[in-house]
Design a protein around this ligand. Structure first.
Ligand SMILES: C[S@@+](CC[C@H](N)C(=O)[O-])C[C@H]1O[C@@H](n2cnc3c(N)ncnc32)[C@H](O)[C@@H]1O
Length: 274
């Protein structure tokens, strides 16, 4: 299967408009392989036919399906252990210590994919129950992909997924078997609110967050979109709050209000002091 250049351009534009994800030229193979599943499932003969259907009915759920197929959802529990050690040993204790008792701490996982990132946070907070000393912590988890949010809300993971990064003791304590898979227990799921949010779209009103995890998503955006997203994040982050990017991400070329700091081999960002 080889995609016609005009069809490739159509898909590129569609995905960019709806998610801000940039598909570079030369990534035709990616479009072909990711959309092959939709062709099979919907019995559409070719990519050309798929694009004709998309052109004819742009409001149809098919567009959504194509955009979702083109986003990269790779994730795992406790992805980047140095980051979670930093959260446990420094950032979360500092945020808790800095707020009056009774004031809730909100943690926001901005591009949560199938949920492993916010569940890792919820499990970490469960382990830190002694330090919370009754303080309330809310986790907000958002993503542009409805199909990922559906999976995340269910909290069901197969054997391969739970073997990636999740300590066996946590699996035993906080998951229940569901056939050949595992489901996060309801009391852990209840700690997280999942919502759809397109980081590149209009931003709804959001609670102020003490900690924002914006990990492994800005790499898919162009510089102007990254800049806009960071400006929004700056407004959501409460004074003294922390921002975390993916371990391989930087603010290189971005004129942002954030300053990079490191501790224990992991990086985090604070608002630049005036
Ligand atoms: C590679 S995953 C990262 C998941 C998790 N943050 C981690 O680091 O493991 C990237 C996620 O970003 C989401 N995404 C892509 N474009 C987005 C947008 N415009 N707004 C919100 N989420 C987006 C994708 O749906 C995907 O689930």
């Amino acid at each position: 299967m080889t995609i016609d250049p005009r069809d490739f351009e159509f898909i590129r534009k569609l995905v960019r408009e709806r998610s801000a994800v940039v598909i570079d030229f030369g990534k035709e193979y990616l479009v072909e392989s990711r959309l092959a599943r939709i062709l099979r499932a919907r019995k559409i003969p070719s990519l050309g036919d798929l694009v004709s259907l998309l052109r004819a009915a742009p409001g149809d759920g098919l567009c959504e399906e194509v955009v979702e197929a083109m986003t990269t959802n790779e994730t795992s529990f406790f992805r980047d252990q140095a980051c979670f050690a930093l959260l446990q040993d420094k950032l979360i204790p500092e945020l808790l210590a800095a707020r009056p008792r009774g004031e809730r701490l909100t943690i926001w996982s901005c591009a949560c994919s199938s949920g492993q990132e916010p569940y890792s946070l919820a499990l970490l907070l469960h382990e830190m129950a002694g330090q919370l000393a009754g303080r309330k912590v809310a986790i907000l988890a958002t993503d542009v992909c409805e199909s990922m949010l559906l999976r995340a809300r269910q909290g069901i993971y197969d054997q391969l997924e739970v073997s990636r990064g999740l300590p066996a003791s946590m699996l035993a304590r906080h998951f229940v078997p569901r056939g050949r898979a595992w489901q996060v227990k309801p009391e852990i799921r209840a700690l997280i609110e999942f919502r759809r949010l397109n980081l590149a779209g209009l931003w709804p009103a959001l609670p102020h967050a003490g900690l924002v995890l914006l990990r492994n998503v800005m790499i898919y955006f162009d510089v102007a979109t990254r800049q806009r997203v960071l400006q929004h994040v700056e407004r959501v982050l409460e004074p003294g709050g922390y921002l975390i990017l993916g371990s391989a991400e930087t603010m290189f070329k971005l004129d942002s209000a954030f300053e990079r700091r490191t501790a224990g081999g992991a990086a985090f960002y604070t608002r630049r002091s005036a």
